[in-house]
Ligand binder design. Structure first.
Ligand code: ATP
Ligand code: MG
Length: 336
């Protein structure tokens, strides 16, 4: 496959001529040859053709906002705030031809509420291969930066990794999972890349996207959601302003948030704090149905109810929110 992109005009011409010779013998082969030759000579540019066979970094490609919107609205349950902010943040950023800094999103919320799930959706909408793309990089604190005594090493490696990858693809995406388990020193290493610099050592980081995931602030989000519920107000009435400030201050003051007293917050380098609300019984049921559909099974409402009822809910008295969100739905469904 890799050979095709290297075929030059002369080779394409030869292919076209060869097609005429073969025409007398075998019509199907000829069709393929002409198709390939005409693609090579006229209809597709070298780059287009190359990108059909190898993954290309297309940082300038506009975001298909309606596809992202549809993905979020159809696949992500119970997260009206995250849906709204992510859509706004990404369309604004990708429509801006000259961003002044990279986009930084900080996703917060209780376990199993969709933070990794959303990162995957975002990644797929930016680079079609999603998390498997060469331009999307996922770091997990406990896996990639486990030892406190090696902070210096991690800082150097991370800086080199980010510099190399942004040089290769300006629109690279970096996802940092388990931020609340990350040593603050590690994130300090990437602070310069997130700032308002035109270039650092000849590399511009302004088109890159950084996504931080953590459970930090989950308690504050739950408290707000619960206050709304107890006041008889709808979950969908919770607005970003009810949570954003609480979240940034809470995360800044939380020693275990990964952003504790971090320059990222006091220098306003995080563009959006995105709250993930705790999921209710009805959302768990939606997750079960989605999983059944993904497995190609017919939706059996009895099983949906059984799986949802096996989950545990909090607070103790009201039992409104699933304490693992939708996280164990997939494994529980295996029993049926
Ligand atoms: N809001 C949601 N809408 C639809 N599916 C969801 C949602 N939340 C979770 N899920 C499902 O549950 C799985 C686990 O969720 P995910 O890994 O995104 O949780 P998380 O927020 O990253 O949790 P943790 O903080 O424990 O890492 C997802 O792969 C997805 O299938
Ligand atoms: Mg997660």
């Amino acid at each position: 496959m890799r050979l095709y992109p290297r075929l030059g005009g002369a080779a394409a011409l030869r292919l076209l001529l060869a097609a005429h010779v073969v025409a007398a013998f075998e019509p199907i082969t000829v069709g393929i040859a002409i198709g390939a030759a005409s693609a090579l000579t006229g209809y597709l540019s070298y780059k287009d053709l190359y990108c059909r066979f190898a993954e290309c970094c297309r940082s300038e490609r506009p975001l298909n906002a309606s596809a992202l919107k549809q993905d979020l609205e159809e696949k992500l349950f119970g997260q009206h705030l995250a849906t709204e902010v992510i859509l706004k943040a990404l369309t604004g950023f990708k429509n801006n031809k000259n961003p002044k800094k990279p986009l930084t999103l900080s996703l917060h919320g209780w376990a199993g509420t969709g933070k990794n799930f959303v990162s995957q959706i975002v990644a797929e909408n930016l680079h079609p291969k999603g998390l498997k793309s060469n331009f999307v990089h996922l770091f997990v604190s406990t896996l990639h930066f486990p030892h406190e005594q090696h902070i210096k090493l991690y800082q150097d490696q991370l800086q080199r990794w980010i510099r190399g990858n942004v040089s290769a693809c300006a629109g690279s995406v970096f996802i940092f999972d388990e931020m609340d388990k990350l040593h603050p020193g590690v994130i300090d290493a990437i602070k310069p890349f997130l700032d308002y610099y035109e270039q650092i050592d000849g590399v511009s980081y302004r088109k890159a996207i950084f996504i931080f995931l953590s459970n930090a602030g989950g308690d504050l989000i739950t408290k707000t959601a619960l206050d709304f519920w107890r006041a008889g107000r709808k979950r969908e009435d919770i607005q970003l302003k009810d949570l954003e400030a609480v979240l940034s201050v809470g995360v800044f003051n939380n020693k275990h948030s990964g952003l504790w007293h971090s320059g990222l917050i006091d220098r306003n380098l995080i563009d959006y704090f995105i709250p993930f609300l705790p999921l209710e019984y009805r959302h768990v049921k939606m997750c079960v149905r989605a999983e059944m559909k993904a497995r190609g099974s017919a939706i059996d409402e009895d099983i949906v109810t059984q799986v949802a009822e096996e989950m545990t809910f909090f607070p103790k008295d009201e039992k409104i929110y699933s304490d693992k969100g939708c996280k164990t739905v997939q494994s529980r469904l295996d029993f049926y």
